[in-house]
Every structure is written in C-alpha cells, then in structure tokens.
Design a protein around this ligand. Structure first.
Ligand code: COS
Length: 394
C-alpha cells in the first residue's frame, strides 16, 4: 500500500496551491461581495490548464485522472468554495458527462475547447419539480429529422450564466418516463461572441445564502434544435449517463469539502496560538484542544476516504458507495469544522472582515447540491444491502 502521491501529482499540487494563493484567494472576497464571478482569475486558471485536469491529453487535458482532479478541488476548496464550484461544475459534471457519454467524434469536437477553458460547461438536470427525484424531469426532446427539438426549463444551473456548452437531460419517450425514456445531449447555448443560441433563454440569477462568486441561474428552451449526433450515450439511456456523471462529481465535491475543512482547522490552530484570554493563549485551554483534535481527526479520515475513492475511480473499480460517502461525510465534516472555527474566533468569526463568515455560508450548500445528503444515505444503504441480496427500492 502506497500513500504517497506520484511526483506528477505532487508537482500538480504545488502548481495549484501557488495559483490558489496568488490568484484565487485575493479575488474571493470581492466576488462574494459583488456576487460576480472573478472572470480574470477564471481566464488565468484556463491558461495554466486547470480546466482540463482529469481528462486525457488526447482531448487537451492534463491527463491527471480523478486523483489529480481531487487535488485541484481540495486546493481550490481551501481558499474559495465559489471558485471550486465554478471549476467543479465545468469539469466534474458538465464536461464529464461529455467524456463519459460522448462518442469519439463528440469528445474530439467538444473536449479540447472545454479543457483549454475557451468554453465553459454546465450540467442541466434539475427542474422546478425535479430535485432529488431526478427522474421526474419534464423537459422534452422531440425528434424532427436528424435533430431533436428541446422545450422546457431547468433551474439551479451552476455556471448557467457563464456556460456556452451544456450537458442536458430531456425526455424523448414520455411513455417510458425519464428512467428508460430520457436522452442526454451536449448543446451549444452561446456562440463565440457570447450571443445566445436561438431558442435558449438564460433566466434570473439566484440570490443565494452563499457561493456568491459562483453564478447560478434558471434557463429555458423553446424550439431549441440539437443535432442527433450530439446524443451522449444511447437514446433513452441518458439517465444512466447523468447518474454516472454525478457519481464522479461527488468524489471531487468531497475533495473540495476536504479543502474547506482543512482551512478551518488551520485557521483555528493559528488563532488559538495567538489569541489570549484569562492570561493565556486559547491553545492552552482544553475545550479548544478538544475542538482541534476533533477537527483534525475528521479531516484526516475524510482525506483517506477521498483519495482512496479517487484511486478506485482511476483503477476502474466500483465506487458508487464510496462516492456517496465522500459527498456525505465531506459536506458534514466541512460544515462542522467551519462552525467550530466561527466559535473559536468568537465575534471575529462572525465578522465579514474574516473569511470564516463566508466559509460558513458557503459550506452549507454541499449538504444539498449534487444529491442531498438524505439521497446519499439511501444510495449507500442501497449498495450495501444489495450485497446481501436486499433491494430497498423497486
Ligand atoms: N450508475 C449507473 N446506473 C445508475 C445509477 C448509477 N449511479 N443510478 C441509477 N442508475 C440506473 C439504474 O440501474 C436504473 O437502470 P435499470 O432500470 O436498467 O436498472 C436507472 O438508472 C434508474 O435508476 P433508479 O431506479 O435508481 O432511479 P430512481 O428514480 O429511483 O432514483 C436516484 C435514483 C435517487 C439515485 C436519483 O434520482 C438521484 O441521484 N437523485 C439525486 C439527484 C441529484 O443528485 N441532483 C443534483 C442536481 S445536479 S448537480
């Protein structure tokens, strides 16, 4: 058993950490305050190849696999969850659905521009009535000659206002419903000048509790044409492509929360060493030491889980259960850690002058998006019970 990262992965971590500290961190507060994504930092991330970290070199990626992608998300999650979310929605679900479901031709057509960051991707699944119950989507794709016509709307789409390429799921056979009658497509929603494609309307920006630097929007389609060759996977089997994509995304969401938890721990360590009350540093107080120990133990356990699961993905071994665990544990550990950081920093932790307050707001969503933690618990239990011959859903 070897717990060392390869030299390439260590070099990748150094590159990303430097970028995160020098470029992402200084822009994070302004992005949060203005609710605008840091466009210049996004461009610089693209220039150094961060938009294609896991994908093979033949498609323009860095070829660093799921392990490299987890390193990316951990390092970004350490400094700014919003920025990690922009990159995560682009790589982990938007472009990943194209990689997992696309033919060689479709991969070659779309992935190079996504890996270079020339284009930004989004993943369009959720609809007003279809959140946890992903199979209740109503968006229609109707066959017309060599094309499909998309009609309907999606909501809570991360990168919705930035993306020009989207993976989208729509019902092609209403009689079969989404589980056996939905098809996944890759679509182009904007041209090179940012002009929206006919039939596509970006909707209102969502005003969220946190993640202000990561734009989220509703989007709608009216008579939007997509060529048949843009199908991801097989006709009628798009639900599976989308579920497989979410599995991969959940591992790296775990990595982003690992970064958040680590940052909270670091902040508590530094503050506890410096801040004095009752004539001694907080670090001398057992109540604070207990918090530090709990944070460190949870963070270390999460680290082992995330990188072992990345290893499973990179070695083509089953990982659905572990992906759910990364997302479930990661989101809850990060929330607990940042909550403790606010407590240790006291009134300062509640102040908008330190990034703990932003981290506290930003952490909460990880318990909800990419499948709520309740859904993750069901998926984990289902996988375990299946191994002993019990089915908990029809
Ligand atoms: N990998 C491969 N195939 C999968 C799969 C996975 N992870 N999950 C489901 N499938 C397949 C099933 O095997 C089934 O195929 P068969 O009928 O051939 O057996 C089909 O997809 C339907 O699956 P299932 O019956 O499990 O669908 P359900 O509607 O009961 O629910 C859950 C599936 C709850 C897992 C799904 O709705 C879900 O993940 N919800 C959360 C959605 C989410 O994460 N939203 C976030 C928004 S996008 S950021």
């Amino acid at each position: 058993m070897d717990f060392e990262l390869s030299r390439e992965h260590q070099a990748l971590r150094r590159l990303i950490r430097e970028f995160a500290e020098e470029e992402v961190r200084p822009a994070a507060r302004q992005a949060d305050r203005s609710s605008q994504p840091p466009v210049e930092v996004i461009k610089k991330a693209a220039e150094i190849g961060l938009f294609g970290v896991p994908f093979p070199r033949e498609y323009g990626g860095l070829g660093a696999g799921e392990t490299g992608y987890c390193i990316l998300m951990e390092e970004l999650g350490r400094v700014d969850t919003s920025f990690a979310t922009i990159i995560g929605a682009h790589i982990g679900i938007g472009a990943m659905a194209i990689y997992l479901g696309g033919s060689k031709h479709i991969r070659e057509k779309y992935l190079p521009d996504l890996c270079s960051g020339k284009k930004i991707a989004a993943f369009a699944l959720t609809e007003p009535q279809a959140g946890s119950d992903a199979a209740s989507i109503k968006m229609r794709a109707t066959k017309e000659g060599d094309s499909y016509i998309l009609d309907g709307s999606k909501m809570w789409i991360t990168n919705g206002p930035l993306a020009s390429t989207m993976s989208i799921l729509a019902v092609t056979d209403p009689a079969l419903g989404a589980r056996g009658g939905a098809t996944a497509f890759v679509i182009e929603t904007r041209d090179e000048n940012g002009q929206t494609t006919e039939g596509f309307t970006p909707g209102k920006y969502e005003h969220k509790m946190g993640l202000h630097g990561s734009p989220t929007a509703a989007i709608s389609f009216d008579n939007f044409r997509v060529p048949q060759e843009n199908i991801l996977g097989q006709t009628g089997l798009g639900f599976v492509v989308f579920m497989q994509t979410l599995d991969v995304g959940r591992v790296t969401l775990g990595a982003a929360t690992l970064g958040g938890a680590q940052a909270s721990l670091q902040q508590v360590l530094e503050w506890a060493a410096m801040r004095e009350q009752f004539g001694k540093p907080l670090a001398q107080m057992q109540s604070i030491q207990f918090m530090i120990a709990d944070m460190a133990a949870e963070t270390e356990a999460l680290r082992s889980l995330v990188y072992r699961t990345a290893w499973l993905v990179d070695n083509q071994k089953p990982f659905i259960k572990e992906a759910g665990m990364c997302k479930l544990l990661g989101s809850e550990i990060a929330s607990r850690c940042v909550d403790r950081a606010v407590q240790v920093l006291g009134a300062l932790g509640y102040s908008r002058d330190v990034h703990t307050e932003r981290g506290f707001r930003d952490a909460r969503i990880a318990e909800i998006f990419e499948g709520t933690n309740e859904i993750q618990r069901i998926l984990i239990a289902e996988q375990l019970l299946r191994e002993v011959g019990v089915r908990i859903r029809p």
